[in-house]
Design a protein around this ligand. Structure first.
Ligand SMILES: [Mg+2]
Length: 123
């Protein structure tokens, strides 16, 4: 059983993620909608994969990723950024924070599933 931790504050996107993971075997999904609570949930957990929305209440996805990468336990856990930003320079800023991959909203289900399979099976 692989554990996926997801922090997303948009209900519509959360529903889509849930639907995607429900049809993927052997995945347990842990969810939070607020940045600070998400960080706590992840820190106290044992994730195989982390998915962070960038724009979140209290602290954003970039701050969460930066904090996690400073902790030994999370050095090699794959972290994916989910963002609606389309501004120049954002991708670079996101990857610099320590994210492994970057996906843009709206989420393309097939592409997303391929990415998840790749990251989880290489972990
Ligand atoms: Mg958001």
């Amino acid at each position: 059983m692989k554990k996926v931790y997801l922090v997303e504050d948009n209900e519509k996107n959360m529903k889509l993620f849930r639907a995607i993971f429900q049809i993927m075997p052997d995945i347990k999904l842990f969810e939070e909608t607020q940045g600070d609570l998400g960080l706590e949930l992840i820190k106290t957990g044992d994730p195989d994969l982390i998915i962070l929305d960038i724009q979140l209440p209290v602290i954003n996805g970039i701050e969460i990723c930066t904090e996690l990468r400073a902790i030994d336990k999370f050095n090699n856990i794959p972290i994916i950024a989910v963002t609606s930003f389309a501004m120049k320079g954002d991708k670079e800023r996101i990857l610099k924070a320590g994210f492994n991959e970057y996906i843009s909203k709206p989420i393309r289900v097939k592409e997303f599933r391929t990415l998840i399979d790749k990251l989880i099976n290489s972990a």
